[in-house]
Design a protein around this ligand. Structure first.
Ligand code: NAD
Length: 425
């Protein structure tokens, strides 16, 4: 069984060692040449930058940042930039590897990359974050570009940070280059539908799984852990478009249940007002443990990694787990879920709606021709359903869980591209 967990959760192995072990495991299963596996187990290029920034109080601080370009055999590098005090080169390498598989399994014409700056943005003013972003962009400008490597938002970076990256890169080039980043605000070339894209992908892949399993999504009961971008939008879309009942949701401060079904918009309004879903009028307060054990049809983890583990997996009561979050299920738990015939739609497939609409944004930015929301939705559905079906087919053919199947689909594409392109020189 494969997994995208972080170093902290596994104790002994670093995140990148796990990523490498996954490559070995899938490579062995597919009978990939060991020389080729060696290529896949190393990032193509890594840039570490140490750069000074003038702080608001006049002092100068030196920050460290990274951009890891993992693999570009299928297209330009693509991946987010995170700002976090715990960023390490090792973690960025692993995240860049996972982006490679995510883009490949969906069939996007991209390789994988990731970047990060070691910084706690909560301690900084907006002006300081802007100066850090602009200087970091200038340092990595030698390797990014609309046809080379296209960053996007990640942990603690947002549309505003993307706008500063786009502006800085454009100033360096001497003309506007909207295609250098995705996740920009719409006014400067962002795509319609980016905000809800990840959750929309969760809906489309779950709908497909439900259809195959003979489950009526319109009668399905859905449980969601996390009520941020992915969790809230999933609640709204499953309710509005799927016709499902959202029976329990949680956030970092509490969990609630209403067997008759919660109103996702009202829960969001309550969270905006009070800071949490907890205390939502009319709903029953429950513990996070009860949320996981709720009798329902679909469970959507949309918060942190490492939630469903060997210790709590037996409590899961749903037919489908749709991984909105990255790495919510540990490898031991994966094994149990497979044995119990619970369908896990793995993160690299299930939550890839975000990067898919990022791809749409890039295409629109390059063409300076913008699509309607309807067009975005329709193309996203087409791509997500096709990717789901291919992974499902592989899982049936090989009698493996969908996670293993997703990695197999991705690796097959990458290996085929190497065979056709050959090794330079
Ligand atoms: P977010 O910060 O908007 O929301 C996270 C939510 O999780 C918050 O409601 C928070 O209260 C809740 N939470 C935190 N700890 C919790 C706990 N212990 N129990 C229950 N809830 C808890 O983040 P997001 O953008 O919605 O991302 C959620 C997950 O989805 C992450 O794993 C992220 O990597 C993944 N993801 C996000 C996107 C995207 O486009 N936003 C794309 C792919 C994957």
């Amino acid at each position: 069984m494969l997994q995208t967990v972080t170093a902290q959760e596994t104790g002994e192995m670093s995140a990148f060692e796990i990523a490498q072990a996954q490559i070995d495991a899938v490579g062995d299963r597919l009978g990939v040449d060991s020389d080729l596996l060696e290529i896949l187990k190393k990032p193509t290029r890594e840039l570490t930058v140490n750069f000074p920034v003038k702080m608001d109080d006049g002092t100068i601080r030196v920050f460290t940042g990274y951009r890891v370009q993992y693999n570009q055999v299928l297209g330009p590098f693509k991946g987010g930039i995170r700002y976090h005090p715990d960023v390490t080169l090792e973690e960025v390498r692993a995240l860049a590897a996972w982006m490679t598989w995510k883009c490949a399994v969906i069939g996007l014409p991209y390789g994988g990359a990731k970047g990060g700056v070691i910084v706690d943005v909560k301690e900084l003013s907006p002006r300081e974050i802007e100066r850090i972003t602009r200087r970091f962009t200038s340092e990595i400008s030698i390797i990014i570009g609309p046809h080379k490597d296209i960053p996007a938002p990640d942990v603690y970076t947002d549309a505003q940070v993307m706008a500063w990256i786009m502006d800085t890169y454009s100033m360096i080039m001497g003309y506007s280059v909207p295609g250098v980043v995705t996740g920009k605000p719409p006014i400067i070339g962002g795509s319609s539908g980016r905000e809800e894209a990840t959750s929309r992908g969760v809906l489309y892949t779950t709908r497909q799984a439900a259809m195959i399993l003979g489950l009526d999504l319109a009668k399905a009961r859905v449980v969601i852990q996390g009520y941020g971008n992915v969790g809230y939008n999933a609640a709204r879309l499953f309710h509005e478009e799927g016709g499902s009942k959202i029976v329990a949701v949680s956030d970092s401060r509490g969990a609630i249940r209403d067997k008759e079904g919660l109103d996702p918009l009202a829960v969001k309004a309550h969270k905006d007002e009070t800071g949490s879903v907890a205390g939502f009028p009319g709903a029953e307060p429950i513990t996070p443990k009860e949320l996981l054990a709720e009798k329902a049809d679909v469970l959507i983890p949309a918060a942190l990694s490492g939630w469903i583990t060997a210790d709590n997996v037996d409590a899961v009561q749903t037919r489908i787990i749709a991984e909105g979050a990255n790495g919510p299920t540990t490898p031991d738990a994966d094994q149990v879920l497979f044995e119990r015939d619970i369908t896990v739609i793995p993160d690299i497939l299930c939550n890839a709606g975000g990067v898919t609409v990022s791809y749409f944004e890039w295409v629109q930015s390059l063409q300076q021709f913008f699509w309607s929301l309807e067009e975005v939705k329709q193309r996203l559905e087409e791509i997500m359903v096709k990717a789901f079906d291919r992974v499902w087919e592989m899982a049936q053919e090989e009698n493996v869980d969908m996670r293993t199947a997703a990695y197999m689909v991705a690796m097959k594409k990458i290996v085929r591209a190497y065979e056709i392109r050959g090794i330079y020189p």
